[in-house]
Design a protein around this ligand. Sequence first.
Ligand code: UDP
Length: 246
Amino acid sequence: MNEKPKKLINTKGLRLDGRKPNELRSVKIDVGILPNADGSAYIEHGKNKILAGAFGPREMHPKHLQQADRMVLRCRYHMAPFSVPERKSPAPSRRENELSKVIRDALLPAVFIENYPRTGVDVFIEVLQADGGTRCASITAASLALADAGIPMRDLVVACAAGKVDNKIALDLMDIEDKIGTADVPVAYMPNLNAITLLQMDGKLSLKEFENAVEIATGGCKQIYEIQKEALKKKYEIIEQEEEVE
Ligand code: UDP
């Protein structure tokens, strides 16, 4: 077993991976990578590697779950057995069921569900590698998968957490900071509408610290939003180039 480090921020003010307290992990996103899904996205957020595939809008099954006036959005968050150091059972856990709901609730305000009565949209999220903050990275990828499926949305949803480590508010906690740190505040955000769609807090913070965490997490969301938009644009640029060649 690895020994836990005593300090998460060193004397130079840097974290275990060399980041400053207000620095994001590196984020890479690709859109439209699964030909069998209606929309898809792949995100590498730090060491997290996550795939999201969206299907629909299509006729809602089972029919008794259909809504006469709107689309039903369903999300399934799943961690692969090899995604964490200690093998995770492939069977859905209570945590995965909860995160599936949390992710769905974070995406729902962005989707024009009223445009597609009686239909269903499914978003499947597969965490291939996890290192803290997977719910946030999943929301960022799932929102792109929905957009890629052509589902009309008010805005993209982007998510990022902030928390408290070694008595300092820090952006985008990785797994070890999440586990040893004092608090974690995941935030999902619609940047154009300036609206928060998910706000959770695990741990203890003073009101001032909480407000500071929300502010820097929102700042992180704005940075990731730029990468989200670029990823979406890139897909259409590639299609355009392919059409020109034909
Ligand atoms: N984790 C793990 N095994 C599990 C579930 C989670 O090792 O069965 C790790 C994983 O790295 C995850 C982190 O714990 O990212 C934090 O999990 P949490 O429930 O706080 O959700 P997250 O921060 O990923 O949104």
